[in-house]
Design a protein around this ligand. Structure first.
Ligand SMILES: NC(=O)c1ccc[n+]([C@@H]2O[C@H](COP(=O)([O-])OP(=O)(O)OC[C@H]3O[C@@H](n4cnc5c(N)ncnc54)[C@H](OP(=O)(O)O)[C@@H]3O)[C@@H](O)[C@H]2O)c1
Length: 273
């Protein structure tokens, strides 16, 4: 287990999820701190995890090996530029902010730092996240391993060879939970329309989503084969699948994900340096 000292700049939802995951994984509370201007957020983090908290970001980063930038993208420029004079000890920076590229982070933070950009997703809140990670050339293999360990505390990690792949990761897993929520909403409504109570339709839909994902993860065949196996000729599932295909579900999904990815590129231009 690493003895690195970590601090979170911004003690909101994502930060508390990752901190919770790290504590569960065996990180000591004394290794972790967080900084947030909001007293209530600081008190909550201290009470929940026993970690030290700071009102000022500059105090939090002193002597830390890893700084996890977990504020909203809109305030990141101001946060980074204010931190710049306090980073001469060359800590590893992990940014989980959506849409802020490496060039902007590097410019705002200065000091030629090791920076890892991460695109997490909301199931990190229940330690079932999926993160795409990209490291700049200043990042050592030890620092990559550390970033990997930190993000693995809340789910699975995929390393990316190019920063541009953060956009498709945003389209697949970053925004992906919302696609499944939409599908679940539609299934619940359709179940209710066919006569189920809302409670029954909801419980059956959620458990089916969970079961399908678990089955797919534990199976040695791909999802297309799993679908074929539950689609008997002339059966009930086949009718539903034929209807989805005839209505162009695959094209609808591909188009939606392209729009998501395009917006990710656009946001980087709007918010970046
Ligand atoms: N939630 C997701 O699903 C998700 C997915 C992918 C990426 N991300 C990224 O994760 C980051 C954090 O998201 P979140 O959902 O955890 O947001 P959040 O709950 O709003 O957390 C951000 C925290 O930072 C605090 N803060 C604001 N200004 C600050 C400053 N100058 N210095 C230090 N802390 C400051 C906020 O305090 P106040 O509340 O007082 O403003 C808040 O407690 C974002 O950049 C987002 O793009 C989130």
């Amino acid at each position: 287990m690493t003895t690195a000292k970590l601090t979170f700049i911004g003690g909101g939802n994502m930060a508390s999820s990752i901190i919770g995951g790290l504590i569960n994984k065996g990180y000591a509370a004394s290794q972790i701190s967080a900084s947030d201007p909001f007293e209530e957020s600081r008190n909550k983090l201290h009470q929940q995890f026993g970690i030290a908290t700071h009102e000022h970001n500059a105090e939090a980063v002193a002597g830390c090996d890893v700084i996890i930038l977990s504020v909203k993208p809109q305030v990141l420029e101001q946060v980074c530029t204010a931190l710049q004079p306090h980073l001469t000890h060359q800590p590893l920076i992990i940014s989980i902010a959506a849409g802020i590229d490496m060039r902007s982070l590097d410019q705002w933070l200065g000091n030629n730092l090791a920076i890892v950009r991460c695109m997490p997703n909301t199931p990190a809140l229940v330690q079932t996240g999926a993160s795409g990670l990209y490291a700049n050339a200043n990042t050592s293999s030890e620092q990559r391993a550390l970033a990997n360990d930190i993000l693995e505390a809340v789910g699975i990690v995929q390393w990316l060879d190019s920063e541009a792949l953060i956009d498709p990761v945003t389209a697949v897993s970053g925004s992906g939970p919302a696609y499944y929520f939409l599908m679940m909403e539609a299934m619940i409504e359709a179940g209710v329309a066919q006569g189920l109570t809302r409670e029954a339709a909801t419980e059956l839909t959620l458990q089916t989503a969970l079961g399908a994902a678990k089955l797919a993860q534990s199976s040695d065949v791909d999802v297309a084969e799993l679908r074929r196996r539950v689609t008997s000729p002339n059966g009930t599932t086949e009718q539903a699948i034929l209807s989805f295909e005839a209505d162009g579900l695959r094209d609808t999904v591909a188009k939606a994900m392209q729009k998501c990815s395009d917006r990710s590129v656009e946001m980087a231009k709007e918010l970046g340096a």
